[in-house]
Design a protein around this ligand. Sequence first.
Ligand code: FES
Length: 285
Amino acid sequence: MKYSQFTAPDHPSFPENGGVIACVETTQIVGGGLLMTMAAPAGLMHEASAGRYVLARCTEPTPWAQAHDWTLSLRRPLFMAGWRPALSVPDDAERWTLATPALEDAGIRWLAARRPGECVHLSGPLGNGFTLPPRVQRLALIGEPARILALAPLLHAMLDRGGSVLILLKAEGMLDAALRSLLPFAVEVHQEADEACWRARLREAMTWADAAAAALPAHETATLAEAVRAARMRIEKGLVQCLVDARLACGYGACLACLTPLANGRWTRACVHGPVFDLASLSSG
Ligand code: FES
């Protein structure tokens, strides 16, 4: 699809209002999360940067609806799970793959109901993503099935450099087939639901890995920190990065919905100073 096919004249005002109009190509429920592929204007992203996000306005991208429909007033965050550059032909679009958990949310349900060809108004890309230092050769990705695809760009970057990846999921039942089909066979996947087994697996993973990235609910941060201390004696800076479970609403540091507690007793705004933080700054060593 060419980007010019879904901009003017249907949505003449929104790019001037800030943000972009992106066009839905596919929506899929994977592991309890929403995965969307969208065509977006070329030149905004230069790589698939895990942890960066866009904020989606959950109403029709028409001038009337954007001005008057505030049924779902807060924007919803979608995290970068993949990226493909525009082809070198006129007006081709970039492809953004975006992931988010929280399907019980009305805004996410609205997004999941978009059909191919429908458009969504997005602000972004925003925030600071994960970094993958050159020294890292063994990477552990830790999360829930609905959140793990937000870490997918790290997985592919690691395999491209010839490193090893272990995925550790906290979930009950069988691993979702749609999720497994999206994970390369070269990746070892472990799943645990029992709390004692989960803690043991975390310790094993943190003994094996030379870096880890986590996307977990907020209440799991303390458990992860405890496992790192048990495996490594202390929480070294640069060892574990976390995509925090914060409410990202405005994306510009204005509304304070995303306040996140730090290990030093202070609070920070995840939308502008994260949403990825070093575990050493979230939990005391
Ligand atoms: S989302 Fe509004 S201040 Fe962070």
